[in-house]
Ligand binder design. Structure first.
Ligand code: TYM
Length: 332
């Protein structure tokens, strides 16, 4: 499908990791010059697990600052907060009435997350339907995400097709835009390279945050799990730790994997180069992030973003309500 409209969302559940950046946000920055783009801070998704209210508010604004610090331009892309556009939760309800419990039960992210929670809320269960609503409101043709969101996008496509079949062409069926593993689609934990890098991991040595200072980055990479032997070669099966660090080095330095392969004798210099490449990549982002932390800098951009998003979303919502048989208030 032609690349026309892009939608993606990120949860404000703490600072962003290098995985979020290399798997998703880096691509948002490229795509904003190629398509009409919507980038959303999905605060309502964050509520699916317990949050401290004051911290959630601060993290929501801070994620928007980080979007801009990473290179998203609010004059080109629509950057907004999910809860500012009520059509997201309204469409989510309508789509819930077209989604099967069995489909949601199969979601691996739900299975994994519900295992770590003391109580499992309905919101955590229906989370992927809200995600489908996010995407379908804007007629997104492409959704740039990391590999872990593949199953949610497949569900979104199923819901869109089901709706179109029952009520006539209404939704654009979106395509995933997921980089291959070697291009950052799945950045792994530094301490256990069989798991993805995630900010929810209880061991902070397992992830790099975009806001980590240089010394912290050096220490985390020095401690990163490597594999038996001393060769620096790409092999996800026998050398998952080294392969993950090679992908990080490649994406932060611009070197190709085959240029890195065989270049090192042992891991010490290799790890130093990975750390310095990450520090150099994050330095301009951290500088802009500090500048944007001035009070008021981000609020204006988010107000404009919400107005732009709302205009598109409310029109789509009305079409859906009408097709499903709700009486539109404006028709009275
Ligand atoms: P979230 O907030 O967990 O992550 C944001 C983005 O970062 C990607 N990502 C990774 N990519 C590579 N390696 C990793 N280790 C890694 N960890 C995270 C995620 O795939 C994601 O693209 N459900 C979504 C948020 C969402 C959304 C949407 C996305 C809500 N509505 C609509 C797209 C469209 C989530 O929890 O992402």
């Amino acid at each position: 499908m032609e690349l026309k409209t892009v939608f993606s969302g990120v949860q404000p559940s703490g600072a962003l990791t290098l995985g979020n950046y290399l798997g998703a946000i880096r691509n948002f920055v490229d795509l904003q010059h190629k398509a009409k783009c919507y980038f959303c801070v999905v605060d309502q998704h964050a509520l699916t697990i317990p949050q401290d209210p004051a911290r959630l508010r601060e993290r929501t604004l801070d994620l928007a600052r980080l979007f801009i610090a990473c290179g998203l331009d609010p004059d080109i892309s629509t950057i907004f907060v999910q809860s500012h556009v009520p059509a997201h939760s309204q469409l989510s309800w309508l789509l819930e009435c077209m989604t099967y419990v069995g489909e949601l039960r199969r979601m691996t992210q739900f299975k994994e997350k519900s295992r770590t929670q003391e109580v499992v809320t309905t919101g955590l269960f229906t989370y992927p339907v809200l995600m489908a609503a996010d995407i379908l409101l804007y007629d997104a043709t492409h959704v740039p995400v990391g590999d872990d969101q593949k199953q949610h996008l497949e569900l979104c496509r199923n819901i869109a097709n089901r709706f179109n079949n029952r009520f006539g062409e209404t939704f654009v069926v979106p395509e995933p835009y997921i980089p291959p593993r070697q291009a950052g689609g799945r950045i792994m934990s530094l301490t256990d390279p069989t798991k993805k890098m995630a900010k929810s991991d209880e061991n902070p040595d397992s992830y790099i945050l975009l806001t980590d200072p240089p010394d912290v980055i050096r220490a985390k990479i020095r401690k990163a799990t490597t594999d038996a032997g001393r060769e620096v070669i790409y092999d996800e099966k026998t050398k998952p730790g080294v392969s993950n660090l090679m992908v990080i080095l490649s994406l932060c330095s611009g070197l190709r994997l085959d240029e890195i392969s065989g270049r090192y004798d042992g891991y010490a210099q290799f790890k130093k180069d990975v750390a310095e490449a990450v520090i150099a990549k994050l330095e301009p982002i951290q500088r802009r992030h500090r500048e944007l932390s001035e009070p008021g800098a981000i609020e204006h951009a988010l107000a404009i973003g919400a107005t732009r998003a709302e205009a598109v979303a409310s029109r789509k919502l009305a079409t859906v309500q009408d097709k499903m048989g709700l009486v539109l208030r404006e028709s009275l």
